[in-house]
Design a protein around this ligand. Sequence first.
Ligand code: NAD
Ligand code: TYD
Length: 344
Amino acid sequence: MGKVKKILVTGGAGFIGSNFINYILSKRDDYFIVNLDKLTYAGNLENLKPVEGKNNYNFIKGDITNNELVDYLFRRFEIKFVVNFAAESHVDRSILGSEIFYRTNVIGTTVLLEASRRYHVEKFLQVSTDEVYGSLGPTGLFTEQTSLSPNSPYSSSKAAADMAALAFHHTYGLPVVITRCSNNYGPLQFPEKLIPLMIINALNNKKLPVYGDGLNVRDWIYVVDHNKAVELVLENGKVGEVYNVGASREMKNIEIVKLILKKLGKGEELIEFVKDRPGHDRRYAIDSSKIQNELGWKPEFNFENAISDTIDWYLQNKNWWERIISGEYQNYYNEQYAHRFNKN
Ligand code: NAD
Ligand code: TYD
């Protein structure tokens, strides 16, 4: 076994972070992980059952904006690597209120960057998003050279965090790397996002709220493919570099919704076109040739199989999402969707 890597993973109780920790600790015993998560509405310790009790895993409930706590954790655990997943992650929520997005996504990231500088970390991986590039027309792809042009409070907060991370590299030589990934799907995704929301509404015979004309395009990637890219960039990524991550699987929203209905044996009369999201980005599509050519990453999961497995996971894990939608989620759903359904 090589030298143990002491890694602070933030936001590890959320969708992508918990998939990352479960995946990485199932295959590596040279990683020691401290998971710092505030357990917001999106954080769920149930997601981490597979790693509970492992001696190379520690959970700390806390906020990445808390300087003293972050400093203590770097010192106490001799942290040398950071993977920053922690964020407010949902565009529609950022439209309802942006403050927490800038607080967590921008200030939180700078708190982690400052601590990383003080404790001389060997690598700081900022988990970013293709949404920082803005919106595409019908053709073209985002490359790492595409200028940043974020359109939502969420994406602007992520772009600000990316800029801060790159500035710390430029100014202090902090060994920063950034991944910018497209839309993820898979088990454990909170049902505010398109795919799990549509699966759960369909299972409950509730209307499926498709924004606008349903022709907005997203480029979908299975969460494990994303996390393999994160692992590779953490190990081999060149400092100061940005790596786009995507699986070249563009889909119109309406196509995804119809696919879900078909797989669940439900009729298309459940679809309702509702009021559009303000400032709704039309199309995202990623060129991931850099990470493919330079680091040898490639997506391994076939979309048809992985989306089908994801739908099966929600069918088999009703307890997981029923607990979520029976709580605070109802208030969010009513606030977010009541006005949309009453568009006329
Ligand atoms: P998520 O909302 O499911 O999880 C976010 C996690 O961060 C939660 O566990 C939450 O409790 C935690 N958190 C929030 N604020 C915190 C704070 N102040 N301190 C500590 N923990 C805090 O999000 P996700 O979909 O898993 O996304 C993870 C990361 O990946 C985010 O940075 C997001 O911008 C990025 N990303 C997501 C996607 C996607 O499709 N979901 C695509 C590309 C990039
Ligand atoms: P989402 O999962 O929120 O991801 P993002 O906006 O970050 O890409 O939404 C994916 C797409 O689905 C986006 O174009 C908005 C659309 N959408 C709906 O049509 N209805 C919904 O209820 C939701 C949540 C999203």
